[in-house]
Design a protein around this ligand. Structure first.
Ligand code: IMP
Ligand code: MG
Length: 171
């Protein structure tokens, strides 16, 4: 059995989500927002953040893949596209983690073609030391060191997403 250590506790995540929600409400006063959730890793973050925001939020989902056997392949595939137009809408991409940045660079380009009024990125985690593509999240929950993390949506080959904290696997 793999042993998992706590990196960020549920309590710390909850406190940070309150702060992020307040920041977003401040910056989007009175506006409707589209939360564009990147499946599957961002589902927990999307839901928990949205519940703290009073603005009207619509939800769209995309699914992308770039990982094989826990390694970034460098090639991003769009497995599932959005189903409603985002033209003229205030869109926030909700991501679990920005690692190399390739996923978000690819998605940003794709979504900008759909002409949203604005497009921002909100990521629960950021691993700045791993960046390859030139992309920066507008809202970041926690910057972390280069560790492979699991839980709160993040998986180890599709497992461990439902941990209520962010952990790492002890070698
Ligand atoms: P990027 O395109 O390299 O930025 O990769 C982004 C995607 O890789 C994220 O949305 C995650 O799904 C996955 N990923 C990157 N780092 C980790 C990690 O430490 N644990 C689990 N998934 C990760
Ligand atoms: Mg992801």
């Amino acid at each position: 059995m793999k042993k998992i250590k706590v990196l960020i506790s549920e309590e710390k995540i909850n406190n940070r989500l309150d702060e992020l929600a307040n920041q977003i409400m401040d910056e989007y006063k009175g506006k409707d927002i589209v939360f564009l959730c990147i499946l599957k890793g961002s589902i927990f973050f999307t839901v928990e953040l949205a519940k703290r925001i009073k603005n009207n939020i619509q939800f769209e989902f995309v699914e992308v893949s770039s990982y094989e056997n826990n390694e970034s392949t460098g090639k991003v595939n769009l497995n599932k596209d959005i189903t409603q137009s985002i033209e003229g809408k205030e869109v926030i991409i909700i991501e679990d983690i920005v690692d190399t940045g390739r996923t978000l660079a690819f998605l940003k380009e794709l979504l900008l073609e759909k002409k949203p009024a604005s497009l921002k990125i909100c990521s629960l985690l950021d691993k700045p030391s791993r960046r390859i593509a030139n992309v920066k999240a507008d809202y970041v929950g926690f910057a972390i060191e280069d560790k492979f993390v699991v839980g709160y949506g993040l998986d180890d080959e599709q497992n461990l997403r439902n941990l209520n904290y962010i952990g790492y696997i002890e070698e």
